[in-house]
Write a protein that binds this ligand. Structure first.
Ligand SMILES: [Zn+2]
Length: 326
């Protein structure tokens, strides 16, 4: 099969071996893959090093437990639980210590085929097109952040980070009848917020008045949590989405930031992947709109150039369409 490989460079290998699907796996022909800038910055540690976490595809060979899934469109979870450890057997697959991450610790979807276990997949409703469905895993993460919050009365929420997750999470929160604003660093992203009716500010222009009821940190950086602690009111709540490795990152929270957390009795909640059904629900009801996030649309042959574009430029994400052109 063809696959985008990401090692010291990004390149297309037309002769990558097809993935080996066990009886519990579905073999999926990929229809669309979303590639974010963050995913292009670190090479996957798996072999072959295929990136791509967010995708939609058609089941070509159904897993033994789901024979009816042959020909069905599915999306995959951002991390794959082992299904056999104590945590998984206790229904805590999201916290499986042996979980793997497509596009990072197991081959991702930027290829013709991907194999994933049935428990890491969800069928896509017919009403949802491929371009939107490809954002299923990101939408699930945004939905999960929103599900942790009980919004009553006039609630002031700040979302930190103007990457794909921040932009989707701000949309998911805006429907909770709260006053939502997004703080980012890139002017071009603010026009997207305007399109969705979401307030926005440059991060450097926002006051540190500690007056926000809730701050959702989607920056993926320790610095984001530090800023969140300056923005949130005493006894307010901070939701932190997963950290991403960054070269310019401070090693941990400064003592002053920890003191702020303790003195203001701030509640800090971690939030990771969420349920695919929740993400697909937001997408199919039109409650979040991912299409403006697509900066570039390419076939697999042009995927290496799209990776360079993501690394060097300022796009939100690229959509790879591996289906052969006729
Ligand atoms: Zn497990």
């Amino acid at each position: 099969m063809r696959a985008l490989l990401l090692d010291s460079r990004a390149w297309l290998d037309p002769r990558t071996a097809d993935p080996v699907a066990s009886a519990g796996d579905a073999l999926i022909r990929v229809r669309r893959v979303v590639l974010t800038r963050r995913e292009t910055l670190a090479a996957p540690s798996c072999a072959p090093p295929i990136p791509g976490r967010c995708f939609v595809g058609t089941v070509e060979r159904a897993p033994a437990a789901r024979p009816a899934w042959a020909g069905v469109r599915v999306v995959g979870m951002a991390s794959v639980a082992c299904s056999t450890c104590d945590a998984c057997r206790a229904g805590l697959g999201a916290h499986c210590p042996a979980r793997t991450v497509p596009g990072l610790t197991r081959p991702g979807a930027a290829a013709d085929l991907i194999a994933l276990p049935a428990h890491a997949l969800a069928p896509v409703p017919d009403t949802l097109d491929d371009d939107r469905a490809a954002f299923g895993a990101l939408a699930a993460s945004a939905a999960h952040a929103a599900s942790l919050l009980r919004v009553q009365g006039k609630t002031y929420i700040t979302v930190l980070g103007d990457g794909p997750l921040g932009l989707l999470t701000a949309q998911a929160l805006a429907r909770l009848n709260a006053s939502v604003r997004l703080l980012g660093r890139r002017e071009a992203r603010f026009s997207l917020c305007e399109k969705w009716g979401i307030k926005h500010r440059h991060e450097s222009e926002a006051g540190r008045r500690a007056d926000q009821d809730i701050v959702v940190d989607c920056t993926g950086s320790v610095g984001g949590l530090d800023l969140a602690l300056r923005l949130v009111r005493p006894r307010g709540k901070i939701v932190v989405k997963p950290l991403a490795p960054r070269a310019d990152e401070p090693k941990g929270l400064e003592r002053a930031a920890l003191a702020r957390l303790i003195d203001n009795e701030v509640e800090v909640l971690g939030s990771r992947d969420g349920q695919l059904a929740d993400g697909l629900g937001l997408l199919s009801r039109g409650q979040i709109d991912p299409l403006p996030l697509i900066s570039r649309r390419v076939g697999l042959a042009d995927a290496p150039a799209a990776v360079e574009h993501l690394r060097l430029g300022d796009p939100v994400c690229a959509l790879i369409d591996p289906t052969p052109r006729t």
